[in-house]
Design a protein around this ligand. Structure first.
Ligand code: DX5
Ligand code: ZN
Length: 213
């Protein structure tokens, strides 16, 4: 399993020191960007993302939980994102935002909150490189996995097979060594934050998830 590390719950006072032992063992680094409008929390912006890119050779999977993602695409392209994922529930026009991300030669992802269905995003699936299924209400790390995400991942995999689509399926929220088993057959990547960052031995927990077949 590919694991994308969310640094949202990492130790920001000692970010480099606390991540250095395992950051390069992750498959991607998941950057949770929150604006206090789309979600009831504020995290960090492109300058921090750029700084973290100096301490790792891993690709960034940037998750925009912001009301007007289109206005910030360029800033996150400059902050070395390989994938930029935004929410279809946000205000920006979805197709225009996908096209804008692609115009920078960056991969485009769309994300759905727990109350949004796969049917709601069917028309965008031919154009995206990633679908990020939220298995918690976006806004905070450390929440419990919501099982209604399982069916969505399954359906996305079936649609990808049926229509030969190219997106990766990524799940985000409450992933640990137990919840990963519910989705492992359907997803390509899992995002994991507190299960790794808050562990006594983050490297061991990371490996546990990566070893899931
Ligand atoms: C929630 C974020 C998630 C979250 C993951 O809004 O999008 O990426 O931080 O953290 P855990 O793994 O702790 O749920
Ligand atoms: Zn996220």
């Amino acid at each position: 399993m590919k694991v994308s590390l969310s640094i949202l719950n990492a130790n920001f006072l000692k970010l480099e020191e606390s991540l250095k032992d395992y950051i390069d063992s992750c498959d991607y680094i998941h950057m949770d960007i929150m604006d206090g409008v789309f979600v009831p929390n504020i995290s960090f912006g492109p300058d921090i993302v750029k700084e973290v890119s100096k301490i790792t050779n891993r690709d960034f999977d940037t998750h925009l939980m912001i009301e007007n993602p289109k206005d910030y695409i360029e800033a996150f392209v400059k902050a070395n994102s390989k994938y930029i994922t935004f929410h279809v529930e946000a205000k920006s026009d979805v197709m225009e935002t996908i096209n804008l991300i692609h115009s920078y030669n960056v991969k485009a992802g769309i994300s759905i909150k727990p109350n949004t269905s796969v049917d709601d995003i069917k028309k965008y699936l031919p154009y995206v490189d990633m679908v990020l299924v939220m298995s918690v209400e976006p806004g905070f790390g450390g929440q419990s996995f919501m099982p209604n995400s399982i069916e969505k991942c399954k359906k996305l995999k079936e649609l990808r097979e049926e229509f030969n689509y190219n997106y990766l399926i990524n799940i985000d929220g409450g992933i640990n060594d137990k919840t990963i088993s519910f989705v492992k057959d359907y997803v390509d990547i899992v995002v994991s934050g507190s299960y790794i960052c808050k562990a006594k031995c983050p490297k061991d927990n990371l490996k546990l998830l990566q070893d899931i077949k």
